[in-house]
Design a protein around this ligand. Structure first.
Ligand SMILES: Nc1ncnc2c1ncn2[C@@H]1O[C@H](COP(=O)(O)OP(=O)(O)OP(=O)(O)O)[C@@H](O)[C@H]1O
Length: 631
């Protein structure tokens, strides 16, 4: 807890104003209509209290039977109006707040998708999901409470107090004598509630992150017997959340509690004071009933108004978080004066590029060229910086120094959208969504003709497994494509790339998670895909890149050699060492199987449906793993 009460109030006022301007003001017409209805609903309580006086004095005590029917009709009209206005205002308010919610969620998603990798490293998915779902819902609830408080409860209290004053202003003063005593405690409670609400939101985000990690890593959790460990960690966080939520609620509930106590004291005062006046005949029973009803009715809206301070703080704490995310500017953006992207099939070039994460130098004055329309392979030990080069080309990161050029145009001088439109990336993770196969291939595009789609499906070998799917292209593929095999998912990724039809293709270990048979089919589809495009391939399995036009060998962030397969082998450097290491192992290695498959393909027998091929135990296990991890 920090800052004075005044600071906190001012800060929360600024936050709520920001929210009003950005998300609520555009609904001003609907808000005005809701306020009219709320005012009507709120004033009905005052009208009801007013009815008490004729009901008691004229009907019950004076015995005027004719008036009975009119009083009865009056009460019925009050209840009906209250019901209708209450219903109407609730519907309007819900519409306004849900619309504001939806806009805020969309803004958040949009902003988060534009953020750089470094932002996502600092903000895990669970935390972001919590912000988009839970924080926004909390703000919505609090906004509803505040609008209701201002539009209905405040007016209700004013009307009821007017009735009470019209009966006797001294009684009213007596009833409200404790009110000033509420100011100081409510300030303290506000600060407390804001701090606890903030704590609860943080803990909620950490819990979501934990769940996200457990469910994405469910197989390692099971195999490493981590259930107890994860349970304990989750329980500890949950317990903290329970504590924070209970404390926040206790704080928020203490204000209406104080209002109750103050009202109780007021009642005693009025009974003591007013009782004597009625007994002495100075006031009528009807007047007392009117006063009593007015004060009695004022209880509920007063309690709700008392809770407003807490709600205001909870709302401000939610807005604070959401605003911080919306205000975070991505660092990797399009230049202010972008140049046009290169035409045709461009080559790519890195000149003297240096990139470090903190003190860790990942690329050290790296220079390499991939000629237009040719296939260039990047090979080298793990951590050499191969994937980093792909990230540089697509501007997922920027180098500290050096130039990254596509067809002679610096990547940083193009609009990000134009730059990324030049590339199709096929990696181990085909990134499938929980939609149908068709939706996963078209990805929202409506400009793809049936013929073009059919050709892409055929070229990517998707057609081979379509008959096996119950609803063909309209079969749902499950979360992260879990209903498809690894090979099938890769073929979907290839079909997407074919439809994108970009001049440059980046293949990052696209076939490494596949068994040899699947790999043969996918490789054949990739070969077709790469025709007429500049292709860069990252592969650990050197057998898959031996036919590349150029192989660039990397080690610890530097290009250490380059040339064709035979040249590199003949030079006896790192490439030759890596190659012999992969083929040294006795028995059928992944490379020898892949090479055999290549040979078969070359002889024209390949490209069958790999999914009909029998699989050994290793493949089955890797398939199961692949499904769990969504790869
Ligand atoms: N976001 C990051 N933050 C810090 N270090 C990173 C980050 N991304 C990559 N690195 C480091 O950069 C180095 C190069 O990573 P990169 O993924 O480019 O290697 P690679 O050659 O593709 O490796 P592999 O073949 O294992 O995929 C590694 O040492 C890695 O730890």
């Amino acid at each position: 807890m920090s800052g004075s009460a005044a600071e906190i109030t001012e800060n929360s006022r600024a936050l709520v104003t920001w929210h009003w301007r950005r998300y609520l003001r555009r609904h001003i017409g609907l808000i005005a209509a809701a306020f009219v209805l709320m005012a009507l609903e709120g004033s009905m309580q005052g009208a009801m209290a007013l009815m008490m006086q004729p009901m008691f004095d004229e009907v019950f005590l004076a015995g005027d039977r004719n008036l009975l029917i009119w009083v009865g009709l009056g009460v019925f009209a009050i209840f009906t109006l209250r019901a209708l206005s209450g219903m109407g205002q609730k519907i309007l308010l819900m519409r306004i707040s849900q619309r504001a919610n939806a806009d805020m969620r969309l803004d958040l998603l949009d902003r988060m998708m534009r953020q750089d990798g470094s932002f996502h490293q600092l903000h895990p998915p669970g935390l972001l999901i919590q912000r988009v779902q839970s924080d926004v819902a909390t703000i919505n609830l609090a906004v509803l409470g505040i609008l209701n408080g201002v539009g209905r409860d405040l007016l209700s209290v004013i009307m009821l107090m007017a009735v009470a004053v019209s009966v006797d202003w001294i009684w009213t003063l007596v009833a409200l004598v404790g009110a000033p005593l509420l100011v100081a405690p409510s300030q303290i409670v506000q600060r407390f509630v804001r701090a606890r609400a903030r704590e609860a939101r943080d803990l909620g985000a950490r819990l979501s992150t934990r769940l996200d990690e457990v469910f994405h890593g469910i197989i390692p959790v099971k195999l490493n017997r981590l259930e107890h460990y994860q349970n304990d960690r989750y329980r500890a966080l949950s317990d903290e959340l329970v504590r924070a939520e209970v404390r926040a609620t206790a704080g928020a509930a203490s204000i209406p509690g104080l209002v109750d106590i103050m009202a109780g004291l007021g009642f005693i005062g009025v009974l003591w004071f007013g009782g004597g006046e009625i007994i002495s005949g100075e006031k009528t029973v009807g007047e007392f009933m009117s006063f009593f009803t007015a004060i009695g009715f004022a209880f509920e809206p007063l309690r709700r108004l008392g809770a407003l301070a807490g709600q205001w703080q909870v709302c401000a704490s939610g807005i604070e978080r959401v605003k911080a995310l919306l205000d975070a500017e991505p660092k990797l953006v399009s230049p202010p004066k972008p140049v046009a992207p290169p035409k045709g099939v461009p080559g790519v070039a890195l000149s003297d590029v240096t990139l470090a994460y903190g003190d860790t130098v990942v690329l050290n004055r790296t220079t390499l060229v991939a000629e237009p329309g040719q296939t260039t392979a990047l090979v080298g030990p793990s951590g050499a910086g191969k994937s980093t080069i792909f990230n540089l080309l697509t501007r997922l990161i920027d180098p500290q120094s050096g130039r990254v050029e596509i067809g002679g145009v610096a990547a940083s001088r193009m609009r990000l959208e134009d730059l990324r439109d030049l590339f199709s990336v096929v990696s181990q993770d085909a990134a499938l969504f929980d939609e149908t196969l068709r939706e996963n291939i078209l990805l929202g595009r409506t400009d793809v003709s049936e013929t073009k789609l059919r050709d892409a499906l055929k070229a990517a070998h998707v057609t081979d497994f379509l008959p096996k799917l119950e609803h063909g292209l309209d079969t749902p593929v499950g979360p992260r494509g879990s209903a498809l095999s690894g090979g099938q998912r890769q073929r979907v990724a290839i079909a997407r790339a074919l439809l994108r039809d970009t001049p440059i293709l980046l293949l990052d270990e696209a076939t490494s998670a596949l068994d040899a048979e699947s790999e043969a089919v996918v490789q054949e589809a990739l070969d077709r895909l790469s025709k007429g495009r500049t292709t860069l391939v990252i592969a650990h399995r050197l057998s898959t890149v031996r036919n590349a036009d150029k192989i660039v060998v990397m080690d610890r962030g530097k290009v250490v050699d380059e040339g064709r397969h035979e040249e590199l082998l003949a030079r006896g450097g790192l490439y030759a060492r890596l190659y012999s290491l992969q083929f040294k192992t006795e028995g059928p290695t992944a490379d020898s199987v892949a090479l055999a498959a290549q040979e078969t393909r070359r002889r024209g027998n390949g490209a069958g449906d790999a999914d009909s091929a029998p699989r050994d135990g290793t493949n089955l296990l890797s398939r199961i793993f692949g499904r769990w991890f969504g790869q």
